[in-house]
Design a protein around this ligand. Structure first.
Ligand code: F6R
Length: 589
């Protein structure tokens, strides 16, 4: 849940690290820090707070030195304080480390190290790594061997980088169950949690696998196993460009990413024919189909279950990835597990697929980040192709997931004419995007609301869940998504005069029944905001969506809900890109 970056090259490291770290602020933003080698010593500059504030507080841009590491934190062990911010150093301050993940056996290790005379400064699990490396460096005299010995002691998950003040051009990085990728430059090299951090410098990357260590200097990249065996460095060119990670004219990444959806939906449909056919065949041939994901991607999973049942008459179950231990008994070698994830690094999702694979299940996935851990665990992985998603809330990745899910369901149902219509969706998305001002007015009108209820039936139920999740995370306002028919079974007791209810009610087979539920709420004083292509006197307000083929309503109707949540955050003077307490890539359990 933290972001780490290492740089070694021909430029001053500080501005490069600062720029790269800011691109990973979505991974955590409660503290940040830098370690830069200059004049044979490591300068540590770190504090609690947002990266920009810290950078000016410590005058980072003026610091000299061409090799360094940096970290943006999402606290797990130890409060949000300057001392707990990374980098952490060895007793003699000659070694500095940054870390993403959790060291499960840190208490055991730190008491042992303390008994051996090591002095600890912070409350973090990470600090044991610095002291372990220090211990082994004294014995081994080689940074690589010291890191190998240290990581073999660690239990848990980690991507960690280390600097040694007597090796002023070297950055070492080790990975186990947390992302780490090397950026291959000219006269400079990078190593980071995410490609977006260094994409403005190089688009050539080498992905590290679990139990591997990378050693980078300005002129050389080497990869080894934890046992010291050399591993070939395979260079891959990524399709992302530096402009993909700029905000352009938008106030926030979230708004930019919402606005990109007419294009990203089309990009999602651009799939390798052989792979998507193989994906569909895997579903057709499986005895037992299980879909797994977390958060927004889980909502895409629910929609997939509905579509497979409705269109292709294929029965699939969907479960939240963190619930794997309560599903595992029903998974075997006849099971196909479909994992859905934007990042491909969500710890819960990875754990679910690993446990399922251990029972013999076949894994396929939909993933945005090519080369991520989930793509490597999968027999077939279809890319979302939506480019980097920087805003912490998932927006364009969700509609890209839906576009591919529709394509798969139509293929399995033999509905080729519908598949062709998918290519026209961008046009309808533009129409919805043009309603931004109208949706902003609605957000303004309800800026004091304490609760929102989102309702929808059938295919609109997962969209109601997604609308509520967006509202909660962006505007910090309580919101619930419900199957419309379920409201009267309890939640209706909370509906009072003026309670805003967002009713997702386009003109399909769910229209009349949802209208009845709307009447029930109106009778209790609710203020109904409909998302629909068909007006009704029961609605207090309507966000109009175009009349499309009813199958496609979900993918169109979620966009106004994203915009509503975005403006709800802006109206409350919150930063929609970086909601409090959250991180985009949840790499801890
Ligand atoms: C919500 C959101 C999260 C993610 C969840 C899974 O806006 O972004 O709920 O959807 O953490 O992440 P991925 O899809 O990367 O596995």
């Amino acid at each position: 849940m933290c972001g780490i970056i290492g740089y070694t090259g021909n430029k001053d490291a500080a501005p490069v690290l600062l720029q790269s770290l800011k691109k990973m602020e979505y991974r955590g933003y409660d503290s940040a820090g830098f370690g830069i080698i200059h004049d044979k010593s490591i300068q540590i500059l770190k504090d609690a707070g947002r990266i920009d504030d810290i950078a000016s507080r410590v005058s980072i841009r003026t610091k000299k030195g061409t090799t360094g590491i940096a970290h943006t934190r999402w606290a797990t062990h130890g409060g949000v304080t300057q001392t707990n911010a990374h980098p952490h150093v060895s007793c003699d301050t000659k070694i500095a480390v940054v870390h993403n993940g959790i060291i499960e056996n840190y208490q055991e290790l730190s008491s042992k190290l303390k008994n051996e005379g090591h002095r600890f400064a912070s409350e973090t699990d990470t600090e044991v790594i610095a002291h372990l490396i220090e211990k082994y460096y004294r014995i081994e005299k080689s940074p690589l061997k010291a890191l190998q010995s240290a990581v073999k002691q660690l239990k848990g998950t980690f991507a960690t980088l280390a600097l040694f003040d007597d090796k002023p051009e070297l950055v070492l990085g080790a990975r186990k169950d947390a992302p780490l990728v090397v950026g291959l430059g000219k006269g400079e090299n990078f190593i980071a949690s995410d490609i977006v951090s260094f994409i403005s410098y190089t688009d050539k990357v080498a992905f590290l696998k679990d139990y591997e260590i990378a050693s980078i200097t300005p002129s050389k990249v080497q990869i080894f196993t934890f046992d010291g065996e050399p591993v070939p460095v395979v260079s891959t060119q990524v399709a992302w460009e530096a402009s993909d990670i700029s905000k352009k004219e938008f106030a926030h990444y979230t708004l930019k990413e919402i606005s990109e959806q007419a294009n990203t939906i089309n990009a999602a449909l651009d799939q390798d024919e052989v792979k998507i056919v193989e994906f569909c065949e895997a579903i057709r041939n499986a005895e037992n189909v299980r879909i797994t994901a977390s958060g927004t991607s889980f909502h895409a999973g629910i929609l997939m279950r509905y579509l497979l049942a409705k269109l292709a008459k294929i029965h699939a179950q969907v479960f939240i990835s963190s619930e794997i231990d309560h599903e595992i008994d029903l998974i075997d070698e006849n099971t196909l597990v479909i994992a859905i994830s934007q990042s491909g690094e969500t710890a819960d999702v990875l754990e679910a697929v690993k446990k399922a694979a251990a029972k013999g299940a076949k894994i396929v996935s939909l993933v945005n980040t090519v080369g991520s851990s989930l793509t490597r665990e999968s027999k077939v992985s279809l890319p979302l192709n939506c480019g980097p998603e920087i805003g912490v809330a998932a927006t364009k990745s969700f509609t890209s997931q839906l576009a591919i899910i529709y394509d798969i369901a139509f293929r399995l149902a033999g509905l080729d004419d519908k598949r062709e219509q998918l290519n026209d969706l961008g046009r309808y998305v533009e129409i919805v995007l043009n309603q931004g001002e109208r949706i902003k007015e609605i957000a303004e009108k309800h800026k004091l609301a304490a609760d929102f209820y989102f309702i929808g039936r059938g295919l609109h139920f997962p969209i109601a869940l997604e609308g509520a999740l967006k509202m909660k995370e962006l505007s910090y306002t309580h919101a619930e998504g419900l199957a419309a028919g379920e409201l009267k079974h309890g939640t209706l007791a909370l509906v009072d005069a003026g309670t805003p209810v967002i009713a997702i009610n386009p003109s399909d087979e769910t229209y009349s029944e949802t209208l009845s539920n709307i009447s029930e709420m109106k009778a209790r004083g609710a203020r109904v905001i409909a998302v629909s292509d068909k007006d009704n006197e029961l609605y207090d307000e309507i966000i109009s969506i175009p009349s499309v083929d009813p199958a496609f309503f979900p993918i169109i109707e979620v966009i106004p809900l994203q915009i509503l949540a975005y403006y709800a955050a802006v109206e409350r003077a919150l930063d929609p890109d970086y909601p409090r307490h959250l991180a985009k890539s949840v790499t801890v359990k």
